[in-house]
Design a protein around this ligand. Structure first.
Ligand code: ADP
Length: 267
């Protein structure tokens, strides 16, 4: 497909919140994602599972524009993210265009990456003030509400080093939400945590799923969690989707041998 084959914008009647259209990504000779077509509907919670090295994180990083793709186009809310329209065709997006579209995406990583010199509340306020141009008062109100939502309001004036891993991750979730993203990405948000604090982070994500109509894509190794909260589970293998289905179907009656092998190995 050449760039002229990709629409400048997705039509109203076929406009998922996220669309990977024929997306490929390689590092040198290593093809990590090959011709991937992947849609996520508005308000959908999609979990990506699969063996290590199958390209799960690359999918999220491509959506955050932390990786440049080698083929295809990614759309967010109908607009191209990796490309921009120019003279009636799509050309690779420049930094300024990409930053604008990307502002509708929030991400939480395995390592929380909070600003170490700022308190919990300052961490949440920074983006809304600096990037969105909110007044400090508006940003403060929004951040307090979110810290309440994640159960961290009583630690609002603590620096990250004084917080446990689970607490830091909850602040990181509040900080991402403070930007009012249309799409939230979670990459292994519990895998760096001690077992006893995993529950407090999964509780916050469950609450988000239950109470907010937010589009979410989550990479996880926790199959029980994926089963409980997803609308759809995608099993990645070798950089493409080997099988996808609602969790009650994928986990109980997987169709493909690779899915069966993976699920029996992780159980
Ligand atoms: P997963 O999240 O499923 O474990 P990743 O998306 O992290 O997989 O990685 C897919 C493949 O791409 C792996 O083989 C990994 O080693 C390789 N890879 C990831 N990032 C880089 C990079 N920056 N340079 C070279 N290879 C990379």
């Amino acid at each position: 497909m050449s760039n002229t084959d990709y629409p400048l914008e997705l039509p109203e009647h076929d406009r998922p919140m996220v669309r990977f259209m024929n997306v490929s990504k390689s590092y040198g000779r290593l093809n990590v994602i090959s011709h991937l077509d992947f849609d996520v509907a508005e308000g959908e919670m999609v979990t990506i599972i699969g063996p290590s090295g199958s390209g799960k994180t690359t999918v999220l990083r491509a959506l955050m524009t932390l990786e440049t793709i080698n083929g295809g186009v990614i759309y967010v809310d109908g607009k191209p993210l990796t490309h921009m329209p120019r003279d009636g065709v799509l050309v690779p997006a420049d930094e300024r265009y990409q930053r604008k579209i990307r502002s509708s995406i929030g991400m939480c990583f395995q390592h929380f990456n909070l600003f170490p010199h700022m308190t919990a509340i300052q961490n949440c306020m920074e983006g809304p003030v600096q990037v969105l141009g909110l007044s400090r008062k508006e940003a403060l109100e929004r951040s307090e509400e979110l810290l309440k939502m994640v159960g961290m309001i009583d630690k609002r004036d603590q620096h990250p080093s004084r917080l446990s891993g689970g607490q830091q991750q909850r602040v990181a979730i509040a900080r991402a939400l403070a930007m009012r993203p249309k799409v939230m990405l979670f990459d292994e948000v519990t895998s760096a945590l001690d077992p006893e604090v995993i529950g407090e982070v999964t509780h916050v994500i469950r609450k988000l799923v239950a109470e907010h109509n937010l589009t979410m894509i989550m990479v996880t190794h926790q199959m029980g969690f994926a089963r409980d909260i997803s609308d759809r589970v995608c099993f990645f293998y070798g950089g493409s989707i080997e099988e996808q289905a609602p969790p009650q179907i994928l986990f109980t009656s997987p169709q493909r041998d690779r899915t069966k092998q993976f699920l029996s190995a992780v159980k």
